[in-house]
Write a new protein. Structure first.
Length: 224
């Protein structure tokens, strides 16, 4: 892609491709870096790069596609929605297209930039905030949220206890998608022990090899 929208980072992140997804009758267009490996090489060439520099955000992960497809079926008009680990912004943009007032959060400045541009390309407005799970004050300031969304956020061992504690303070309903990462069983044991109601279903995103499970967590009645 020759023209790089204003606000996006340079380097390998400026070599862009566009993904087009059909979700519940809507077309979602998503810009992403062409090569996650090229981005990673840039980061690893830095002196002692911080964790938030690692380009997990740059891929269109199967869990994000699966969660976006589920969210696209909802009527979220008037609902306040928080997306954790927004990455490229697919899930948050889809929620905004479904009528939600969305806050998209990520610890990566590059992810926030791509989410903002992708929302604009799809004709929706959403708010963004850069913060980590360990420093959630901006997220708690807006709680309780009607719905909290997260896709593929269980890839680090330290994440599970921090996330379980955080979710209990963010709102009464959480949808979390995971492709079967090693930390998923621990996360499920923890949310069960914390008293969340849980409904889980397996989905296979089109063209994706891993199966994804979407866990619907609720502090209310089943099906909430």
């Amino acid at each position: 892609m020759s023209d790089v929208p204003a606000g996006l980072p340079g380097g390998a992140a400026s070599d862009l491709v566009e993904e087009t997804l059909a979700l519940a009758g809507r077309t979602v267009r998503l810009l992403r870096p062409r090569s996650g490996d090229a981005l990673l090489d840039e980061v690893l060439a830095e002196d002692d790069p911080a964790d938030d520099r690692l380009p997990f955000w740059a891929e269109l992960w199967p869990s994000g596609s699966a969660l976006a497809a589920a969210v696209a079926e909802l009527d979220l008009g008037g609902k306040r929605v928080l997306e954790l680990g927004c990455g490229l912004g697919l899930v948050g943009v889809t929620a905004a297209l479904a009528g939600a007032d969305v806050l998209a959060a990520d610890q990566s400045a590059e992810a926030i930039a791509f989410t903002t541009v992708n929302a604009d390309r799809n004709g929706v407005a959403l708010r963004t905030v850069r913060c980590a799970f360990e420093r959630p004050e901006p997220l708690l300031a807006g709680a309780p949220w009607d719905l909290v969304l997260a896709a593929d956020v269980l890839y680090e061992p330290k994440t599970v206890p921090v996330l379980v504690d955080l979710l209990s303070r963010l709102g009464p309903a959480v949808w979390l998608a995971d492709p079967g990462r090693p930390r998923e069983p621990e996360f499920l044991r923890c949310v069960d022990a914390a008293g969340w109601r849980r409904q889980s279903r397996v989905v296979t995103p089109e063209g994706a090899l891993p199966r994804v499970r979407i866990h619907r967590l609720s502090t209310g009645t089943p099906g909430a």
